[in-house]
Design a protein around this ligand. Structure first.
Ligand SMILES: [Zn+2]
Length: 149
């Protein structure tokens, strides 16, 4: 990517989000050209609509904002092999509804925002955050939700 020289930071998963020219992240989903159904995470085939027989899905940028559909808080570290901070810090998870796409996307909520700070219907915005540092010392990032400014 032009302009990005920091090799010390890489996505934890390739192809689930990208950034525009201003650096704002957006998720990458896929859309069925036949019936308009969206999916996330992105995949290249197998439209999820039972009424549709399309076997092609096209990659598409998803809305950067959505509203809280549901949320919870993790108070215990996940079991191995899932990465957890040490010492473990509780974190919130939000299911955010993207209006235009009709999708609900589950994601971590940024550090410092817990379940008590969230409300159903609240507007959220996509961002990225460090998830863990791998064995090579590379910081792995993931997408996350933050309360929209
Ligand atoms: Zn379809």
């Amino acid at each position: 990517m032009p302009g990005v020289t920091d090799a010390g930071s890489q996505p934890a998963i390739e192809g689930w989000w990208d950034t525009d020219e201003s650096g704002a992240p957006h998720l990458i989903g896929a859309k069925c050209p036949q019936c308009g159904t969206y999916v996330f995470p992105p995949r290249a085939n197998n439209c999820p609509s039972p009424a549709c027989d399309s076997d092609v899905l096209e990659p598409v940028a998803l809305s950067r904002r959505g509203t809280v559909w549901s949320y919870t808080e993790n108070r215990y570290p996940p079991p191995a092999p899932y990465p957890a901070s040490d010492p473990f810090e509780p974190f919130a998870i939000a299911a955010v509804q993207l209006e235009a796409e009709g999708l609900i996307v589950l994601g971590k909520v940024v550090e410092g925002t817990l379940a008590a700070d969230l409300k159903v219907g609240m507007e959220m915005e996509l961002t990225t955050m460090p998830l863990y540092t791998d064995a090579d010392g590379v910081e792995r990032t993931t997408y996350a939700w933050e309360i929209a400014k």
